[in-house]
Design a protein around this ligand. Sequence first.
Ligand SMILES: [Fe+2]
Ligand SMILES: [Fe+2]
Length: 135
Amino acid sequence: MIKWTDDLLIGIDAIDDQHKELFERIGQFYDSIDKGLTAPQVNEIMDYLADYANTHFATEEGYMSQYDYPEYRQHKELHQVFISDLYTIQKRLSQDGFSSLLGAELEGSLYHWLVEHVSQVDKKLADYLKDKIKS
Ligand SMILES: [Fe+2]
Ligand SMILES: [Fe+2]
């Protein structure tokens, strides 16, 4: 279900590698729910995911500020929404446990967000960076 595909490559190696890792960790998070792990175990895997998401966003934001990306602010805001969604889910998961409703939301707010963000927002950034990094 959660699968990296090479369509999602954007052409900046350092960012592409991090995207693959991010998909890997989201996949592990879903699996942990599927396997019926306990709430603390799911939480631990979620922390592991959130930690990497923060690292990844910081990398992109570093590039954006280094190369004066004109859409830096908007792009960064989208990252912040993702992180705040992640913490909302985490909180609900620890309060209410896993339900099919939460499962559906997870799919919407994490995985689909990421696919859309990578293929549109990050792709646009990569197109901008490609010229700058080469010149
Ligand atoms: Fe990204
Ligand atoms: Fe991004």
